[in-house]
Design a binder for this molecule. Structure first.
Ligand SMILES: Cc1cc2nc3c(=O)[nH]c(=O)nc-3n(C[C@H](O)[C@H](O)[C@H](O)COP(=O)(O)OP(=O)(O)OC[C@H]3O[C@@H](n4cnc5c(N)ncnc54)[C@H](O)[C@@H]3O)c2cc1C
Length: 468
């Protein structure tokens, strides 16, 4: 189909009998496909996914599945509606020809498109030494198969589990191990768990939680090598402080890598930091020119956000994948004047050691933090991050009912420290302290938001989010 554009009835033709291809058949891909059908797209829809399964949900994999409360093959995402798609599962996309509007597949097939959505997400960063990473008993956790394998290994009752990296996933795995009564050591290069995502002040709270629940937490250390036994099974890890941890299960939880290699040489603006797109989810080509037929959504995208100084944000957040997919799908089927920006305020949740942790905004931008409600010592609090005199983010521990209030504070660029009093404010809520984020040039294992772009603007605007 040629001439699919934005005038002369071309949009109507696209909606009636155009060809839309979605690469990445997971949360963002599925939700976008559903939205397209909801918006009346009647043409052909092709879903390409390299995993052999229909879209499933990842958050339960490090929580209910590891605890044995849910099984990995029962995590399929609920369907909002039928999408009548041509599914290619277990087949990776291996190349993109932007001029011919064609996606190449690993099985040699080629699929043509009028609009393409890329939602290829991220994968777990593997252990850097391939031979050691291949030892039996060494795991990563990203996919259904990973979770199934790790769950089985935990159920077999290992003598000790070693988790390398104390970001959100690593911490949730350690929590699940303790809940199962297993001995677990966590080795983290940073000064505390969650330090990359939430800073050192909250990291200290997280460290206390680990230790009180019986985790052998080692911070400021790196695992320098894994050692296998004669049967090719891992038996120990060597740490940079000279110590050795004997473990028969090792979980490598070193963050994620963007799935963009398949786009190498295509001319699209894709690389290790993700695929750059505008606020309307349209991908940039390598020259920085926005494309009109290729869109991006979910963990693989990096897009500018007006509320955060137009910095490009890469988010590994479930809610972002859903919201961005919805916006991308809408814009793929709209005239340019009807397009919407993706201005979702980042929001994340985690449950570990019996505590519900939630955040809104961009904590790593925060230079200061203030406990505005509740108490740090009781580990039930709301804390607000400040940046250049404005509220930039908030985190709650078992206090999530206040999060919406803080989201509004972020959206209206409210002043920091908050000038008003709050319910249950304690003396510690009177004075902000440095948020204590590690130097961004020093990699940590757990940031779920990566900032890249211009320096953030100061507090000069009021943000009015579009609510559709
Ligand atoms: C264990 C775990 C726990 C999590 N817990 C939370 C949580 O508590 N809260 C929260 O907010 N978020 C959480 N997340 C993050 C959340 O699951 C992600 O933000 C979400 O899955 C992103 O969806 P996506 O569709 O963008 O990417 P993905 O879910 O990564 O899907 C991308 C898909 O594309 C496929 N793909 C990649 N390359 C190709 C290719 N070349 N061709 C075809 N297919 C390809 C991938 O295999 C994958 O199936 C968690 C993630 C994990 C792994």
């Amino acid at each position: 189909m040629t001439g699919v554009g934005t005038h002369d009835g071309a949009l109507e033709r696209l909606k009636r009998d155009g060809r839309i291809v979605v690469v990445g058949a997971s949360l963002a891909g599925l939700r976008a496909a559903e939205t397209m059908r909801e918006k009346g797209f009647a043409g052909s829809l092709t879903m390409i996914g390299d995993e052999p399964y229909e879209p499933y949900d990842r958050p339960p994999l490090s929580k209910q599945v590891l605890l044995g409360h849910a099984v990995a093959d029962r995590t399929a995402l609920p369907r909002r509606r039928a999408i009548d798609a041509d599914w290619h599962l277990g087949v990776p996309a291996t190349g993109l020809d932007m001029a011919a509007r064609r996606v190449r597949l690993g099985n040699g097939d080629e699929v043509e498109y009028d609009r393409l959505l890329i939602a290829t997400g991220v994968r777990a960063r593997p252990w850097p030494n391939e031979e050691e990473g291949a030892l039996e008993g060494v795991f990563v956790l990203r996919t259904r198969d990973d979770a199934e394998g790790l769950q089985r290994a935990l159920a077999a009752g290992p003598r000790r589990v070693l988790v390398i990296g104390a970001g959100f996933t690593g911490s949730e795995i350690a929590s699940a191990c303790r809940e199962r009564g297993l001995d677990v050591t966590v080795a983290e290069r940073g000064a505390a768990p969650l330090v990359g995502a939430l800073g050192g002040v909250i990291g200290e709270v997280a460290a206390e939680m680990h230790r009180e629940h019986g985790v052998d937490l080692r911070t400021g250390v790196m695992v320098t090598g894994l050692e296998g036994g004669p049967a090719g099974r891992v038996r120990a890890a060597h740490l940079s402080d000279g110590s050795t941890v004997e473990a028969d299960v090792v979980v490598v939880s070193l963050g994620a890598q963007r799935n963009t290699e398949w786009l190498a040489g295509s001319g699209l603006g894709a690389g290790p930091r993700g695929i750059a797109c505008d606020a309307g989810c349209r991908a940039f080509d390598i020259r920085g020119i926005v494309t009109d037929d290729i869109y991006v959504a979910g963990d693989v995208a990096r897009s500018p956000h007006a509320l955060f100084g137009y910095q490009f944000l890469s988010l590994e957040h479930w809610g972002n994948a859903v919201a961005q997919a919805d916006t991308a799908a809408h814009n793929m089927l709209s005239e340019s004047s009807d397009r919407r920006p993706h201005l979702w305020v980042p929001a994340f949740w985690s449950s570990q050691f019996g505590v519900n942790i939630k955040s809104v905004g961009v904590p790593p931008m925060g230079t200061e933090i203030l406990f505005t409600q509740g108490s740090r010592a009781e580990r039930r609090f709301a804390a607000v991050y400040g940046y250049q005199g404005r509220v930039i983010a908030a985190v709650t521990f078992d206090q999530c009912r206040w999060l919406q209030f803080y989201e509004q504070q972020i959206e209206t660029t409210a002043p920091f420290p908050p000038p008003f009093s709050t319910v249950d404010r304690r003396p510690e809520g009177n004075k902000p302290v440095p948020a204590d984020f590690p130097d961004p040039s020093v990699p940590t294992h757990g940031p779920t938001i990566t900032l890249s772009g211009y320096s953030p603007a100061d507090r000069k605007m009021t943000f009015t989010p579009a609510r559709h």
